[in-house]
Write a protein that binds this ligand. Structure first.
Ligand SMILES: [Cu+2]
Length: 395
């Protein structure tokens, strides 16, 4: 049907007054509705603010329970110094603190052995981890009450071959229950990764069917605290089909440390509020800030150097980067079936691994870092010294 303008215009003219009145009525009704809606929104906002406040208070109470409740009875779990009564406020940052003789301490420090150990022969690889509560140095002159697999953090590098049976024994010489979770295993965790009481030992086995580099760690609650206190390490499962030849192989485990005190005079302990805020004081390669700056890893020019990297966290990824070169090969996520070529930076997720080759022809000092530079400032930097070169890096 055709549109007839004349049908409508007169109607408007005739009912002009009525229409105006109707419009005023509609506006009034709309205003009324709007006021009502605003009132409802205001009430809802008030109630969600209250909900948010209640949730925040509940979260704070949980932190309080975790940091100042039964946890304080555990070694390495002092209450958060300087926190409010509810424990929700972290201590100040102790990043970068150093005693006057830090340089001499760093020089005397024996670095964690990063060189890949040999895999045992035979069908079974036996691994005995003896958990101890120890005072661990995490940076020159900085002491920390750690829970340590085999006396240090990280725990020992476990190197096995694909197809081997890995027989793990955990002996708990600490004060509280602990456990060990191997990411390389396909196994029922409620059975294999169960808590082991102080003074007890527990053994389980798994077949190393998946080649790569994996994290292992304590999985006892709260896992955040157990990992942050030093209970982590790397297991390398070498593939049956060999990777391209490497001249040197190093294992690097990154981790953060959350301190409730400076750790200079007396050892610091774990700060749960800082860990929840993901605001560490120190970030390290193999448990000690800057140890491979003072004691660089080495290679000769033209050699292929393979890094097996695990990000233990507990919460930070590592953005692996070698300054002054590219990663010639990058087995991202430690998937050894394929690699990327000539990558500048490769992410290793918290709880994950990656394998990276560099081949550097020119002598020099090549820093390896997480290119998330806050981590570098907090200690996650080392040097690969290629050739016979002197001096240190400016960064
Ligand atoms: Cu533990």
């Amino acid at each position: 049907m055709a549109y007839q303008a004349s049908d409508r215009v007169p109607a408007y003219r005739h009912d002009e007054h009525a229409t105006r009145h109707a419009l005023i009525g509609v506006v009034a009704v709309l205003l009324g509705v709007a006021v009502g809606v605003l009132a409802i929104v205001a009430i809802w906002m008030g109630s969600s603010a209250n909900d948010a406040k209640r949730q925040a208070e509940a979260a704070a109470a949980k932190v309080s329970a975790a940091t100042s409740g039964s946890m304080t009875d555990m070694p390495g779990m002092a209450p958060t110094a300087g926190a409010t009564a509810d424990g929700a406020v972290a201590t100040p940052s102790y990043a970068g603190l150093a005693p006057e003789n830090a340089d001499a301490i760093a020089a005397a420090h024996v670095p964690y052995p990063a060189a890949m150990p040999a895999a045992p022969a035979g069908p079974v690889a036996n691994v005995h981890l003896v958990l101890k509560d120890v005072v661990h140095q995490i940076a020159p002159g900085i002491k920390y009450n750690a829970w340590a697999f085999a006396g240090g953090a990280p725990g020992p590098v476990v190197h096995v071959r694909q197809g081997q049976t890995v027989r793990i024994t955990l002996t708990n010489d600490g004060a509280i229950p602990h456990s060990v979770d191997f990411h390389a295993a396909r196994i029922a965790p409620n059975l294999a990764f169960r808590d082991v009481d102080p003074g007890q030992s527990f053994t389980f086995s798994f077949k190393a069917g998946d080649p790569g580099v994996y994290m292992y760690h304590c999985g006892t609650k709260p896992v955040l605290a157990h990992i942050a206190n030093g209970m982590y390490g790397a297991i390398v499962v070498s593939p049956t089909t060999p990777l391209p030849k490497a001249d040197r192989e190093y294992v690097l485990v990154s981790s953060e440390w959350y301190l409730n005190g400076p750790g200079l005079k007396t050892p610091a302990s774990f700060d749960m509020a800082k860990a929840h805020a993901m605001a560490p004081d120190w970030v390290t390669w193999n448990g000690y800030a800057g140890q491979y700056v003072k004691h660089p890893l080495t290679a000769n020019p033209g050699e292929t150097v393979r890094f097996w990297v695990v990000a233990a966290g507990p919460s930070f990824d590592t953005d692996f980067h070698v300054v002054g070169t590219l990663l010639n090969r990058a087995w991202v996520d430690a998937d050894l079936t394929q690699y990327l070529r000539n990558v500048q930076t490769a992410t290793v997720p918290a709880g994950g691994g990656g394998v990276f080759d560099v081949k550097i022809d020119k002598p020099g000092l090549y820093p390896f870092v997480s290119h998330s530079f806050a981590s570098v400032d907090m200690g996650q930097v080392g040097l690969l010294k290629v050739g016979d070169v002197a001096g240190t890096m400016s960064h």
